[in-house]
Design a binder for this molecule. Structure first.
Ligand code: UT7
Length: 323
């Protein structure tokens, strides 16, 4: 068995910054409400690029950092809930955009937990020897599915992408994982519903692509399940939170992170947060945060990190990565 060593993290976010004050001109909200309830100050919004394009920019930066050429990439997994098309996969379009001609490419749908799920899936292909390397991307243009008239959701989300390259290696890699789904509560967060509509059946009603969310339900679920999941990976790896350099949670809401920190008695400075600048970028939030930690020189070889995601599905999960 091989290990999957993560060799490069990168991110790309669209240029346009939309502040809380900007949003207060669109819906009945305020900087005070948004910041005090979520920790978000501003987010990036795409003014032209679709999901494949933001992902391709993060991916290109990541393969350059990793020192691999595009045609050496063997596998691309893209986690997104805002694909350009339902077919082809966003990963296939990224493959074309970056020239990774030989890569097997597909998307993985697990909403805001998508990057954790995708990294763990890629890890299995590497560990079994099926592929020698993989490009794992989390990317979203949530702005195209947001209901811009719903103040309960439009203030939360942002656009962007993060990517990493993993390679067969010895030692380190993903040393523990804990992944879950609960389809019983699938309707807590939805977007892009396509009804059955053909000459033999009319389901009635229109399809929709707008995102709907029961924020309170997700808040309660996250503060219950994420601590359990972090505890589970620590136990599986047989280490304590003191052995962890940073915990990188899905960047949905700083209050969720504060509750997790309190419940687990893990100090807040161990949790990396950047939702103030990017909002909730769904599957992109964890890889964007990892890229920032790396760019800021805050992590180094041998450091152990916990990544932990939660969101629509419902889905949630954590992994311990040794760099
Ligand atoms: O990444 C996917 C996973 N999603 C999440 O993690 C989201 C988790 N949930 C949350 O982060 C929080 O539940 C929210 C930030 C979405 C909402 O915060 P909350 O403290 O749960 O507020 P609420 O929904 O209970 O709403 C409280 C009040 C309501 O007014 P009334 O009924 O008390 O008069 C809302 O209408 O706040 C109102 N409200 C707003 N007011 C100003 C809701 N959105 C806004 C807004 N600006 N943007």
């Amino acid at each position: 068995m091989f290990n999957s060593k993560i060799v490069a993290f990168s991110k790309y976010v669209p240029e346009k910054i939309v502040t809380n004050n900007d949003l207060s001109e669109i819906v009945d909200t305020s900087d005070e409400w948004i910041f005090s309830r979520t920790g978000i100050k501003e987010r990036r919004v795409s003014t032209s690029e679709n999901t494949s394009e933001v992902c391709a920019k993060a991916a290109e930066a990541s393969i350059i950092k990793a020192g691999v050429s595009p045609d050496e990439i063997e596998l691309i997994i893209t986690a997104t809930m805002t694909p350009d098309y339902s077919s082809p996969s966003t990963a296939c379009i990224i493959q074309k955009l970056i020239g990774a001609k030989k890569a097997v490419s597909f998307d993985l749908s697990a909403a805001c937990s998508g990057f954790v799920f995708a990294l763990c899936a890629a890890d299995k292909f590497i560990k079994t020897g099926a592929f020698k390397n993989a490009l794992v991307i989390g990317g979203e243009v949530t702005s195209k599915v947001i209901d811009w008239s719903d103040r309960g959701t439009c203030v939360l989300f942002g656009d962007g992408a993060g990517a990493c390259v993993i390679k067969q290696g010895k030692g380190g890699g993903i040393i523990a994982e804990d992944l879950h789904s609960d389809g019983e509560r699938f309707d807590s967060l939805t977007s892009l519903y396509t009804p059955v509509n053909n000459p033999y059946h009319k389901e009635g009603g229109e399809g929709f692509n707008r995102l709907t969310m029961d924020g309170r339900e997700i808040f309660n679920f996250a503060t219950r399940k994420v601590p359990e999941s972090i505890a589970a990976v620590l136990q599986k790896a047989n280490i304590s939170s003191e052995d962890i350099k940073y915990i990188v949670p899905h960047q949905a809401n700083s209050r969720i992170v504060e509750i997790i920190s309190r419940k687990m008695k893990i100090p807040m400075d161990k949790f990396f947060m950047n939702m103030d600048r990017y909002g909730n970028t769904s599957a992109a939030s964890i890889p964007i945060a990892l890229a920032e930690l790396s760019d800021m020189g805050l992590i180094k070889e041998k450091d152990k990190l916990i990544i932990t995601g939660f969101g629509g599905g419902l889905t949630w999960g954590s992994a311990i990565i040794e760099l």
